[in-house]
Design a protein around this ligand. Sequence first.
Ligand SMILES: Nc1ncnc2c1ncn2[C@@H]1O[C@H](COP(=O)(O)OP(=O)(O)OP(=O)(O)O)[C@@H](O)[C@H]1O
Length: 276
Amino acid sequence: MSTAAAEHTLGRAEADGIAARARALTKAYGSGETTVLALDSVDVDIARGRFTAVMGPSGSGKSTLMHCLAGLDTVSAGQVWLGDTEITGLKERDLTRLRRDRIGFMFQSFNLIPTLNAAENITLPMDIAGKKPDEKWLNQVIDTLGLRDRLKHRPSQLSGGQQQRVACARALVSRPELIFADEPTGNLDSRAGLEVLGFLREAVDQLGQTVVMVTHDPGAAAHSDLVLFLADGRIVDRMERPSADAVLERMRLFSGGNPQPPGSVRSAGPTDLDKG
Ligand SMILES: Nc1ncnc2c1ncn2[C@@H]1O[C@H](COP(=O)(O)OP(=O)(O)OP(=O)(O)O)[C@@H](O)[C@H]1O
């Protein structure tokens, strides 16, 4: 795309309320006969202020898509924008800053610092960036997530659900343009998982955040506004206002396997995303 054309697209992206956009996004691992095409010319728009779930069979490219959209991984071809910034081609140092300042991350394994209490974990990314959190927003996030009476606790003194709520608050605290959540309920029992999904929903509905969540669980995907289905590195379908049963039914078409039944929020497998 020419620079002028790219700018035109970007102007529209902003006007359309697109938080992230990929065009002809292709990612290949390896070379020669062992090449794996993890993403095969994917076009996707992530709408601002919405909760998008990404589903698909194991190996379909979900984590790779998230890595490439979040600037955690380089692309083989194609373009990715975060808001009006084209991130493909940015230098690692600029990518690091962009991730720190504009993206929030939640992982299956929480990734909290064990020696810091909840309050310190929540503000850590901003402390590292040398920025002061907006106190009003911080308080709103803490209250929305019900963490007020847990702020002095270390992660080991918190339940799994509470730890993930701290991770959610940490992702929200800088009011990022986009939150990526990779199997955020994967290590939680169903009650705690439902709670975290409810908070992500509230982050979108009440705090105006944008969330993209990778999940294997149709019950978790049912909390989103839109499900994107990946198969063999391509987006093969999408579903607005999903129900768990409808997602499960759709997954059966693509996986040929046994996706988790709705309501089971425990992950089927490990994730390789824990490198943010
Ligand atoms: N670092 C890597 N080196 C080589 N191949 C890779 C690498 N990362 C991913 N792949 C391959 O790319 C394809 C897509 O992987 P990806 O992890 O994105 O799938 P996924 O849908 O997230 O899978 P899962 O649900 O099992 O986490 C798979 O075939 C995988 O084996």
